[in-house]
Design a protein around this ligand. Structure first.
Ligand code: FES
Length: 121
């Protein structure tokens, strides 16, 4: 399910109880892949793929508000996407998240789908 509000497309990524606290879940949508996190203070979302090489962050580990990549153990701040330790040095794209009942929605730029389609061609 998706709801458009201006330039943001809100998409249901999962149910609130699909993710344990201090954990991460993969969410694929229209050719793109995301990581949805549950921390003590709420839910967050980012691009799924590490900015270093091809590893999915949903296969990594959440520790103290950071996601550790499973391939080379680079770490990002989950809330800001800021790279925290080598070899990662490029910021991770993050997305707004809201909870509606039992659903976790991530806010994607309305142009993201077009961009993904262009990249795939
Ligand atoms: Fe993530 Fe290298 S692929 S740190």
């Amino acid at each position: 399910m998706a709801v458009d509000t201006g330039n943001t497309k809100w998409v249901v990524a999962c149910a609130t109880d699909d993710i344990d606290e201090e954990d991460v879940l993969r969410f694929d949508h229209e050719g793109a892949s995301y990581a949805v996190y549950r921390l003590a203070k709420g839910f967050h979302a980012s691009d799924g793929w590490c900015t270093h090489e091809q590893a999915h962050l949903a296969d990594g580990f959440v520790v103290n508000g950071e996601i550790e990549c499973p391939l080379h153990q680079g770490r990002f701040d989950i809330v800001s996407g800021k790279p925290l330790s080598p070899p990662v040095c490029v910021k991770l794209q993050t997305y707004p998240v809201r909870v509606d009942g039992h659903n976790v929605l991530i806010g994607l730029p309305a142009t993201a789908v077009t961009d993904v389609a262009k990249d795939a061609s």
